[in-house]
Design a protein around this ligand. Sequence first.
Ligand code: 0X9
Ligand code: ZN
Length: 432
Amino acid sequence: MKVLALLCLATVALAKHEQYIGWKSYYLGPTTFEQLQAIGRLHDEFDLDILSHPILEREGITLVKPEHHVAFIKAIEDEGIPYRIHRDDVKAALDYDDMVIEKRRSERAARNSREMPYDSYQRIAVIDEYLQDVASRYPDIVTLVTPANTFNGHPIQYLKISTTNFEDESKPVIFIDGGIHAREWISPPTVTYAIRKLVEDVTESDLLDKFDWILLPVVNPDGYEHTFTSFRFWRKTRSTDQHQLSPACPGVDGNRNYDFFWNTVGTNPSPCSDTYAGSRAFSEIETRVVRDIVNENLHRIALYLTMHSYGSMILYPWGHDGTLSPNAFALHVVGIAMADKIHESQLPNFPSYAVGNSLLVIGYGAAGAAEDWAHLVGVPLSYTYELPGLDGGFNGFHLDPIYIEQVVKDTWEGIVVGAREAGELFLRKKSL
Ligand code: 0X9
Ligand code: ZN
């Protein structure tokens, strides 16, 4: 019976991921900064889809389309960049992932639990329902906000968590968002887990008493849902009104759409590209929602974290040209403190976090990113987290679902330290 059920699931899964027939993925392990920069160039030349950014002496993973295999291999060999195959058959790997997800989903449905599960990646409906459920169970401290609907009409939802109904203006605000890049599936659960630790399973009550929180698990629900239903490696929004080619090539890269040196580096003018910046800054409703949250609370946001993956990095401004902000010392010290804390609980087989300026760590510049814009307008501590990916055990995923729970717990430890440090700096500044 069990075998029959798995066979049925496999048949359903096989109908999907047709787009990835012939795709392969490779590990790239640059050993010099020149090689790291060359990968940035090859990215444009071969339309690479970098799933996990390499850094010096640490491999990353890139997807390569069938038509570019031969020339791509020649180019990385010419550059002397060490490489090895990651997945020889990307479609088969994704089909297998689907099967496991579906199996976990049906087991969960049978258990009929109200808890947000961390044993698999969740569809947007599960996350939405969780936010609504928490808000209705804890009305004294939780407010559900639905500021807008996406291009495809899906509500964007976030929670405001406060013991003082957001009325105590002396409290610092911590704002965390996730899921702006649709395919980065480990991002939303780190935000929902923060909700759990602030509301349902409180072990750090100072964080609730001394701070107000804004938690937005999925900035880009249209794209996120698209990664489950149609296109696993979708990154952008799903708007079709940006360019005459947009109906054929929907979407804008949300992390190129902020009003920070918009469309100057690390973007591509074609709407068919994964790094298309849109027709103008804040063209997307999703980024406008984040913008409005920041602007409304600017006078007291002490810390902004935007959750991405993969690569185990904590990145800070300025990401377009690698220069440092006047607050770079604090950004670095708090970044290191968060990483150090994560390292205490992290499993030994996980890579340790690299902390630093976005461009200098990743090796490519990108303008229009959320972390830079938030810092520009006045958020003193603003970071992009590239959450860990880990290969092994599973098939197509870069973080096997068996590690979700571990990663969300580790990340929470980093958030705790970040919030406390940011709170201290906020109070010190106010008393000056
Ligand atoms: O390229 C991005 O948007 C981020 N990496 S990802 O793989 N998640 O797409 C990095 C953003 C780094 N921040 C800045 N460039 N400011
Ligand atoms: Zn991302």
